[in-house]
Write a protein that binds this ligand. Structure first.
Ligand SMILES: [Zn+2]
Length: 138
């Protein structure tokens, strides 16, 4: 892939991309759709989950490993400068995720988290999701 943007232009473009419509999220949506699952986007539920499956009373959250701190993941690092700022930010993210999951659980909803790194092995991810939704192997 040729990088058509200059560094400055790229950061402008990136800053305009909303975190609600990321490439990993689109890939997961396409995968679920292919599996025959139907869903809505950003339902009116705690944390405005990415993908809402009413029939399964399940939300699917697609998390970036870095910002949501995927435990033990290679994509997780802490920037060398502004360490305290980043640590506080990461802590807030993780706590927010936890609180949302808890609130959803109290309402009878299940949360399935898909980590960004899992998209590197789509067959494996698809198997996991088929299992999570009781679809069995193909
Ligand atoms: Zn990861």
């Amino acid at each position: 892939v040729v990088d058509v943007f200059s560094k400055k232009r790229r950061s402008e473009v990136m800053s305009r991309i909303r975190s609600t419509n990321t490439r990993p999220e689109k890939a997961v949506r396409a995968m679920l759709h292919k599996m025959g699952l139907r869903f809505r986007l950003h339902g009116d539920l705690p944390g405005k989950p990415d993908i809402v499956m009413k029939r399964h009373k399940t939300v699917v959250e697609v998390f970036g490993c870095f910002f949501h701190r995927h435990l033990g993941c290679k994509l997780v690092s802490t920037p060398a400068s502004n360490v305290r700022f980043w640590q506080a930010k990461f802590r807030r993210n993780v706590e927010r995720d936890k609180a949302n999951r808890k609130a959803l659980r109290r309402m009878g909803w299940r949360t399935v988290v898909v980590w960004e790194c899992e998209l590197r092995k789509p067959e494996r991810l698809e198997r996991r999701l088929r299992k999570a939704f009781g679809l069995g192997d193909r």
